[in-house]
Write a protein that binds this ligand. Structure first.
Ligand code: HEC
Ligand code: HEC
Length: 196
């Protein structure tokens, strides 16, 4: 290959790279994720306590939720417009992106001793930690619950219980087998858990 030819290929490559960077449709993952911040928090802390923290949540779980919002098995008027046009690769990329962010400290106080006792008793009968892991840190497709907003936790459990959230019938059965009082104690307890 002549030197002149190589130089022109090198020049072309630079032009292509510059064009790609300037091209408005060459969206980076940061661009795609920016829109999520208005509800899920630009710093990972949602401005509304009934909205879930997604920073530091597990990739497998985040991906499944995006997929289920698109399928409609999990219904949310707020989420629907964002997943409508999303392809599997976008969902995987967003799930990976948010899973790598640090879980934010929401500064929720530890639950009082009587609530802790009630929550631990509920766990003994239902076995939440069998799936959500010993410190409720979750893993894979099992969500982390420790340090999530209390208001969101109670909402999500009651949505499973009322079968309004239909994307995991097993969780609905478990929530139906637990009293609302015990679920309220669980939410209070889980919100106040700090992971090291
Ligand atoms: C207009 C507000 C809004 C925007 C913008 C938004 N979300 Fe959401 N998101 C919500 C609400 C509300 C819920 C909770 C729905 C429910 O209660 O079931 C939610 C739930 C989720 C969940 C489920 C989390 C869990 O713990 O179950 C994921 C994952 C998620 N959103 C990802 C995203 C991503 C990624 C984006 C950006 C592409 C985004 N959201 C943009 C409002 C929003
Ligand atoms: C058999 C396994 C299993 C058991 C036992 C279990 N869970 Fe779950 N839980 C799951 C899975 C899997 C999901 C995610 C479902 C989905 O994909 O939407 C979930 C979701 C949740 C969510 C929603 C989290 C979010 O971010 O939206 C809460 C809250 C929750 N579980 C609380 C509990 C509590 C409290 C108990 C015990 C009383 C419990 N779970 C027992 C498997 C389990």
């Amino acid at each position: 290959m002549s030197r002149k030819f190589k130089t022109s290929i090198g020049g072309l490559l630079i032009v292509v790279l510059v064009l790609a960077a300037a091209h408005p449709h060459a969206e980076t993952i940061e661009d795609k994720a920016a829109v999520c911040g208005s509800c899920h928090g630009d710093d990972g802390i949602p401005p509304d306590k009934t909205l879930p923290v997604i920073w530091g949540q597990h990739q497998g779980y985040l991906y499944l939720q995006l997929r289920d919002f698109k399928r409609g098995t999990r219904k949310s008027d707020a989420m629907a417009p964002f997943v409508e046009q999303m392809e599997r690769e976008d969902m995987m990329a967003l799930a990976e992106y948010f899973s790598k962010k640090p879980w934010p400290d929401l500064r929720q106080p530890p639950a009082p001793a009587s609530v802790v006792t009630q929550a631990q008793r509920a766990n003994t009968s239902v076995g939440c930690t069998g799936c959500h892991q010993a410190q409720y840190q979750g893993e894979g497709t099992q969500p982390r619950l420790a340090g999530q907003f209390k208001e969101y936790l109670i909402k999500s459990m009651m949505d499973f219980r009322a079968q309004e959230r239909g994307n995991n019938p097993g969780m609905s059965d478990l929530m139906l087998a637990t009293t609302p009082g015990d679920l309220a104690a669980m939410a209070d307890y889980l919100a106040g858990l700090q992971l090291n």
